[in-house]
Design a protein around this ligand. Structure first.
Ligand SMILES: Nc1ncnc2c1ncn2[C@@H]1O[C@H](COP(=O)(O)OP(=O)(O)OP(=O)(O)O)[C@@H](O)[C@H]1O
Ligand SMILES: [Mg+2]
Length: 273
């Protein structure tokens, strides 16, 4: 079983789009996949046509002890793709759990038995390095960082790497950063190619060879409650996420190695200043 958190505290970089679509592509290729929506915005749940708002059936009810995991586990329209959905109530969890012993591992505690039933567990994180993201980092062994190939792409990356370092030392020694996903790439602009070069300079071979191009179908698919492979099977978006997914599967042939974080953290953060 591989467990991967898609994290970047920067908002709107492609975390949800990547988690949902990689999950759908993996399931289409015959893998058994569990998606966990750890973002109170519940974008991934809605992206895949699941809206549990007002139904008390989200991960929030699980971590409050009000519902069992079997009650909130939801099937998506794609065979082999299951979801632990989120709703806006999860926003209060960070505050409510503040004085709870073991608050960084509470989600793992409630989901542990379920995880082994899947080939892949993918977690969509909120755009912060708060308690929900920390919970994701105690569940998974791997981190993928989606980065938008825009001007501020690497801003905040040092902070992200520091957080990773602390979690690895204190809470989860098996955690590694195993993939950087360049998202919303526009090869027609000089900025797009320059930023992609910087990202590769910074993260070297951890950057996936597949870049996810800007594609309007990718931004339309969530409002139809479908992943890109169902909504627009012939689009560039489907082509890119399928290529990325095959690359992710191919990682398993090699020993998956993490980024050398200490060295990387020393690299100047504002690479474009
Ligand atoms: N390759 C792409 N081409 C065009 N639009 C995209 C692409 N990837 C993502 N988008 C759109 O950009 C917006 C932000 O993407 P997404 O929701 O995946 O980012 P996020 O990092 O999860 O955001 P947040 O930090 O708010 O959770 C969404 O409207 C999404 O549909
Ligand atoms: Mg998101």
């Amino acid at each position: 079983m591989r467990s991967i958190a898609f994290i970047n505290q920067k908002g709107g970089v492609g975390k949800t789009t990547s988690t949902a679509n990689v999950g759908a592509c993996l399931a289409t290729l015959g893998k058994k996949v569990l998606l966990i929506d750890l973002d109170p915005q519940a974008n991934m749940s809605m992206h895949l046509g699941i809206n549990v708002n007002g139904k008390d059936l989200s991960i929030y009810q699980l971590i409050c002890g009000k519902k069992k995991v079997t009650e909130i586990l939801t099937k998506t329209a794609i065979s082999g793709l299951d979801m632990i959905p989120s709703d806006i109530d999860l926003a209060s969890a960070e505050i409510e759990l503040v004085n709870t012993v073991g608050r960084e591992t509470i989600v793992k505690f409630y989901l542990d038995e379920l995880l082994d039933k899947y080939d892949y567990v993918l977690i969509d994180c909120p755009p912060s390095l708060g308690l929900l993201t920390l919970n994701a980092l105690t569940i998974v062994n791997e981190i993928f960082i989606p980065v938008q190939t825009e001007f501020f792409a690497l801003q905040g990356v040092s902070k992200l790497l520091q957080t990773f370092d602390v979690i690895k030392k204190r809470l989860n020694s098996s955690l590694e950063i195993t993939g950087i996903i360049p998202c919303m790439y526009d090869s027609r602009t000089k900025l797009g190619t320059a930023v992609l070069d910087k990202i590769k300079e910074y993260f070297e071979d951890k950057v996936f060879a597949t870049t996810i191009r800007k594609n309007v179908k990718l931004s339309e698919a969530p409002s139809h409650g479908m992943p890109i492979i169902t909504y627009a099977p012939d689009s560039n978006g489907t082509q890119d996420y399928m290529a990325l997914t095959k690359e992710i599967i191919a990682q398993e042939k090699n020993t998956i190695k993490g980024v050398k974080v200490k060295q990387k953290a020393e690299i100047r953060e504002h690479a474009f200043n």
